[in-house]
Ligand binder design. Structure first.
Ligand SMILES: [Zn+2]
Length: 562
């Protein structure tokens, strides 16, 4: 409670300042289009910030009174959109590999050549060069890349660059040779060695199971323990940098994470996104008691590093045909998916952890998986009594129509990742059929039934960029901007709602809606300014929208320079 009392007393000070002059702000944003997500004051122009908190929201004229010429930092938004910072409610956040070549959004394939060349120059001969997230549909020529792009710059190093979906890779001749893959090699079951239609030579593209043929012949780099830990540290810094550049000021990690490293980062002033980290769901009361100790160390009334929720998996995925369904898969009637544990065992875990007061989040994909999750949460209410538990259904991918109203009834949060919809829709309908697909990624039906929705990405399965999630939720179209109305267009939502689920909805899911998720006096000053007006631009501009400023806790942690 300490922080809240402090902020309250700060607010009282502002009101009661008897000198006739307003207290001055540390930071002021003027001339913006401030989408506050506060229903009482939906749109405004300007924001004043003092320390970590928002002091006031109002017109540019009113907020300008908080400017002290010498000391107040003033950002002229120049009409740009000002939003609460994005809060990613489901993100597998952690250290990145500093040497990984990031190729997402590459449109010019020659960029791949340049990036590989640069990485080879930093590596010793024989060391593996890794990278990925390229998508040839985004290349200007839309053609599959070939080994010719990388062979000349990597004669003595194995190179593996995976496609955005992780289902195909591009390798160089070094790897093909080490693996013994030639024009005479036969495709393995469930895989393809792509070959040049004219010469019959392998192009360097290996699809699905063909990836298992790879022998890299790599020479492992020799590193001391100190070098390894420096690398890991570097990896954390890279991940945090990516988050702030994308305007993600809050991160909720499903399951485990290294509390101590984040604490160290925070102490050194390097943590620019707030983070919640959880633990795995269990019915073991000794372990639960240990969790309570950790939760006391990183309490819910903290604002930076907090203990989140207990995570479990009830089933698998639609893509791999392991989501738990009531009826068999349409394209594989032999199976209706897999439960990760028997229902009774799962229910016992939920009821036990609920009794100890924990918030619980369950990965639930299939209609039966989701049904089980709701049943277990309902049981916990019956056994332990109803409380403000805010248990979470992570993904909420396929629902029985009759389960949709239960979210509001039970107070269960639908924690959804909109980009899964536009990535999975290619195969979702094939797997489960059109009828069941009506209840898939059904955020509009959930919202209409009064459910609280929190948005996130499931990074690194999907990109961390919130613009992709916003695009997915308002269009339900693929990333190439397909024509038509989108996939099950009745589930599309307005941009304003999508932003709300990505800010206030996510804050509610972590018990922080009293101080985060809105641009409102007394709230934490987590704010982004975007270069385009998401509320008025055309669909194909949404994913091109960039963040110009990220402010976390009143500090400008990223500025694009524009
Ligand atoms: Zn996940």
């Amino acid at each position: 409670m300490k922080k809240l009392i402090l902020s309250l007393s700060a607010a009282i000070m502002i009101i009661t300042c008897s000198c006739g002059q307003k207290e001055k702000a540390d930071l002021v944003i003027i001339n913006g289009k401030v989408l506050t997500i506060d229903d009482k004051n939906p749109v405004s122009e300007a924001v004043a910030v003092k320390g970590e908190l928002i002091m006031a929201v109002g017109t540019t004229r009113k907020i300008s009174e908080y400017i002290e010429k010498e000391t107040t930092k003033v950002i002229d938004a120049g009409g740009r959109l000002v939003l609460p910072g994005f809060n990613d409610a489901h993100v597998h956040f952690g250290p990145l590999d500093p040497d990984y070549i990031e190729l997402r959004y590459t449109t010019d394939p020659s960029v791949i050549t340049e990036k590989v060349k640069a990485q080879v120059s930093r590596s010793k001969p024989g060391e593996l060069i890794k990278g990925g997230h390229w998508e040839h549909e985004m290349f200007t020529d839309k053609r599959w890349p070939t080994k010719d792009l990388i062979d000349k710059v990597s004669p003595n190093n194995p190179v593996i660059l995976s496609r955005a979906d992780g289902h195909s890779i591009l390798v160089n001749t070094f790897v093909l040779k080490a693996s013994g893959i030639t024009k005479n090699s036969i495709d393995p079951f469930g895989g393809e060695i792509q070959k040049d239609p004219v010469t019959g030579e392998p192009t360097g593209i290996l699809k699905e199971n063909a990836e298992s043929l790879i022998i890299t012949g790599e020479v492992k780099p020799e590193r001391t323990a100190e070098e390894e830990s420096a690398r890991l540290w570097q990896g954390y810094l890279l991940a945090i940098k990516e988050a702030r550049e994308l305007g993600v000021t809050s991160i909720q990690v499903p399951g485990n994470g290294d509390f101590e490293t984040y604490e160290k980062l925070r102490k050194e002033g390097l943590l620019t996104s707030r983070i919640d980290i959880g633990k795995s769901l269990t019915a073991d009361t000794l372990v639960l008691k240990n969790y309570i100790e950790i939760a006391n160390k990183y309490p819910k009334d903290g604002n930076w590093i907090r203990f989140g929720y207990l995570k479990a998996f009830i089933d698998g995925t639609i893509g791999s045909g392991t989501a738990l369904m009531f009826e068999p898969f349409t394209d594989n009637p032999k199976t209706s998916g897999l439960a990760m544990m028997p229902y009774d065992e799962f229910e016992n875990m939920v009821v036990t952890a609920d009794k100890y007061g924990f918030q619980i989040g369950v990965h639930s994909i299939g209609d039966k998986g989701n049904n089980w999750t709701l049943n277990a949460f309902e049981k916990a209410q019956k056994v332990n009594g109803k409380r403000d538990s805010r248990h979470r259904d992570e993904h909420t991918q396929t629902l029985l129509a009759s389960d949709i109203p239960r979210f509001a009834q039970l107070g269960v949060i639908a924690s959804m990742q909109p980009t899964h919809c536009i990535s999975d829709k290619r195969f979702c309908e094939k797997r489960i059929g059109a009828e069941r697909a009506k209840g898939a990624y059904a955020w509009k039906s959930l919202a209409d039934a009064g459910a609280t929705i929190a948005f996130g990405t499931d990074y690194q399965v999907e990109p961390l960029n919130p613009m992709e999630g916003l695009y997915a939720s308002v269009t339900r179209k693929d990333r190439l901007g397909e024509t038509g109305e989108g996939w099950f267009p009745e589930q599309k939502i307005p941009m304003r709602d999508a932003i709300k689920y990505y800010t206030l909805g996510s804050a509610f899911a972590q018990f922080m809606e009293d101080r985060k998720g809105m641009i409102k006096s007394g709230y934490l000053a987590d704010i982004v300014i975007t270069d385009k007006d998401l509320l008025t631009i055309s669909e194909n501009e949404i994913m091109k929208t960039k963040v110009d400023y990220t402010i976390t806790g009143g500090k400008v942690v990223y500025a694009s320079g524009k």
